[in-house]
Write a protein that binds this ligand. Structure first.
Ligand code: AMP
Length: 473
């Protein structure tokens, strides 16, 4: 998973993009980058390993400024954790111009297209999907003579998988999305106190709508699946084409990945999570009420699910674990040892909270089971009488090939253990997940969602059906 952001035709666009990226830092914490179009029509790119606030200091931003900028935060995938795979990718074209592109997603037929382009003489500098999209468009524009928008449209039909992308070329910016709209993608509007000839408004883009608040921009709308938007100086934003197919929005964004203050795929994330919690509680009649019963979230991703659960069950919601916010998302660390370490550093129990309590512990999902196992043990060691685990997603039985870096099938606990065995492994007294039909019943348009990681209903699979830790993002 990764995140993208862009700002078109506003002075200091790179600062706005840095702020937008900061707001979606949860989508990727390994590296970040920004490309800026400068007034002399060159594109400057700065990318580095590390968090947005560390990389894009005011001094760094002072060194490259312009009226349009795009940026990216990268989520690490094992084996590809390096600066070469970070984005945006800036590709020099034979006419002296540069094309810069960043994308969030995963291309399922990456190998096929990389090989084809290499046969045609294209050289790659990374193993990253974003670079493939950039090189394909650049090649078709520079060598085959297609316009940028024609090249984007061709890429939308040739490349299978997920991509929400932004491209700068000369004075133009393009925002485009794969035909199924796997990953979230929104457009916003910024009114700026312009002076003189400078524009008084600008258009911005981000993976998640929660980003717009930080810069005072207004949410305009989501991009349509397959949409290509063109942004030109002093012209309204135009939709060049909508090459959409059946939507396959990632349901996992609503369950876990997106921030609760985001609106995506037509749903308020916080609201959806509360509904998931309430649905779980309605099916849960075996846990008797009592003063010793407390509903708790694994902070922070399941807070709203737990709130929904507690409200429906009329039970007390409380917080027995404190999360250290400086640890970040432990799952998105590339190596297992680092993940284990992260879990220990991340959560600490409130002293004196647990003795004598029956805890309903709510989490968003179980993937490998690493996190919950440690947390349940921590809670029990601290005196809880019972721990009942409730999960806001169905069992994860398949890898995601569309941008969420879930592990291989064999690492997924749901493929190795039954519910009872998983409960035992976690030391939980009981374990329940929301069912897929119940989850789908909460969505306004359930047929528009991809739920392959729960159902195995994949629209495309990579050739080998093995998650290769390909470059993704
Ligand atoms: P695990 O220890 O592997 O079971 O991790 C499960 C936890 O990691 C979940 O409760 C989520 O909070 C989080 N998570 C699930 N899927 C992902 C993902 N693809 N990337 C990052 N974090 C995830």
């Amino acid at each position: 998973m990764c995140g993208i952001a862009g700002m078109f035709w506003v002075p200091g666009a790179e600062r706005y993009v840095a702020d937008l990226l900061f707001a979606i830092q949860h989508r990727g914490q390994e590296s970040c980058g920004i490309s800026v179009r400068r007034d002399d029509d060159t594109i400057a790119t700065q990318k580095q390993m590390g968090l947005v606030k560390h990389v894009f200091t005011p001094e760094t931003l002072d060194r490259f400024t312009g009226l349009s900028a795009i940026g990216h935060v990268r989520y690490p995938t094992a084996g590809s954790s390096d600066i070469l795979n970070s984005q945006p990718h800036a590709i020099p074209l034979p006419d002296g111009s540069t094309l810069a592109l960043c994308a969030n997603g995963d291309i399922v037929n990456y190998a096929e297209w990389r090989t084809r382009l290499e046969h045609e003489g294209v050289t790659f500098t990374s193993n990253n999907d974003g670079e493939l999209i950039a090189r394909l468009i650049a090649h078709r524009h520079a060598v085959e003579g297609l316009t940028i928008e024609e090249a984007i449209a061709r890429a939308q039909s040739d490349l299978k998988g997920a991509f929400s992308a932004l491209l700068i070329h000369r004075e133009r910016m393009y925002a485009f999305r794969d035909p199924h709209g796997f990953r979230p993608y929104v457009m916003g509007h910024l009114t700026w106190q312009g002076t003189g000839e400078m524009p008084a408004e600008g258009t911005c883009f981000a993976s998640e709508s929660c980003a717009f608040g930080i810069i005072g921009a207004r949410f305009v709308r989501e991009l349509k699946p397959g949409e290509i938007l063109k942004l030109e100086r002093n012209r309204p934003v135009t939709t060049v084409a909508v090459n959409g197919l059946r939507p396959r929005h990632s349901v996992f964004e609503l369950i876990y990945f997106s921030r609760p203050d985001t609106l995506t795929f037509g749903e308020f994330v916080h609201d959806m999570r509360k509904k998931i919690g309430a649905t779980l509680a309605r099916g849960d009649r075996d846990i008797p009420p009592g003063d010793d019963l407390v509903v708790m979230a694994v902070p922070d991703s399941s807070n709203f699910v737990a709130l929904g659960y507690a409200a429906e069950k009329k039970a007390l919601f409380d917080m027995g674990l404190i999360r250290n916010h400086y640890v970040g998302r432990t799952f998105i660390r590339p190596h297992q040892e680092k993940r284990d370490e992260g879990v220990k550093q991340k959560f600490n129990p409130l002293p004196g909270f647990f003795p004598g309590k029956r805890v309903i512990l709510v989490d968003d999902s179980i993937v490998r089971g690493t996190t919950l196992r440690k947390i349940v043990r921590m809670i029990k060691t601290n005196g809880a009488k019972e721990v009942h685990v409730r999960i806001g997603s169905p069992r994860v039985t398949g890898s995601c090939f569309y941008g969420i870096d879930t592990p291989t099938r064999s690492e997924l606990i749901a493929n190795n253990k039954s519910i009872a065995e998983t409960a035992e492994y976690l030391s939980a007294d009981t374990l329940r997940h929301i069912t897929l039909p119940d989850l789908l019943s909460l969505l306004a348009r359930p047929d528009d969602f991809c739920n392959a990681c729960f159902s195995g209903d994949y629209i495309y699979v990579p050739d080998s059906f093995v998650k290769t830790n390909a470059p993704g993002c």
